[in-house]
Design a binder for this molecule. Structure first.
Ligand code: INI
Length: 157
């Protein structure tokens, strides 16, 4: 038996948790994610957007939304750009492990749509300018995962 999700129109509500930090990049990521959801049949009324100050704040909110039982998936969007200090490493590592933790503890797909880049230019390229839109890709991943989760064997209760 092969289990795999597809991109057919999923049921349920979707939440996007988007950081305001580096909003020049995160705004197009958010628009890309909403565009992908709508193109896959998710009406705007089924999409909630929650804004948080920075990427560090994303995991707590993603976990709370995940545990609410109201969402099929949570899409996390942020942009962390390396500066002159080691702040980047701390924020990136906390956000990465926190988002993984939120997925495991809420039992629904919590998608990692954060850019970790060396420069603003590189980030803009990944937010729709040259190298695709990672927000769009994160939303497509969410759809595939939601469809996969509905197909996997249920736990015995
Ligand atoms: N937050 C980001 O989303 N991206 C960054 O590049 C960034 N840098 O480099 O500082 C950043 N910092 C803020 C952080 O996410 C928190 O909001 C802040 O530390 C308060 O907890």
């Amino acid at each position: 038996m092969l289990y795999e999700g597809d991109c057919s129109s999923p049921a349920g509500r979707f939440a996007i948790v988007a950081a305001r930090f580096n909003s020049l990049v995160v705004e197009p990521l958010t628009a890309g994610a909403i565009d992908a959801l709508k193109r896959h049949g998710v009406a705007e009324e089924r999409i909630d957007v929650v804004r948080v100050p920075g990427s560090f704040e994303i995991p707590l909110v993603a976990q709370k939304l995940g545990q609410s039982g109201q969402y099929a998936a949570i899409i996390c969007l942020g942009c962390i750009i390396r500066g002159d200090t080691d702040h980047y490493d701390h924020v990136a590592s906390a956000a990465t492990s926190g988002i993984a933790h939120a997925a495991l503890h809420s039992g629904i797909p919590v998608i990692f749509g954060l850019l970790t880049c060396e420069t603003l230019e590189q980030a803009l390229h990944r937010a729709g300018a040259k190298a695709g839109n990672k927000g769009f890709e994160a939303a497509v991943t969410a759809i595939e995962m939601v469809n996969l989760m509905t197909r996997l064997p249920r736990s015995r209760s």
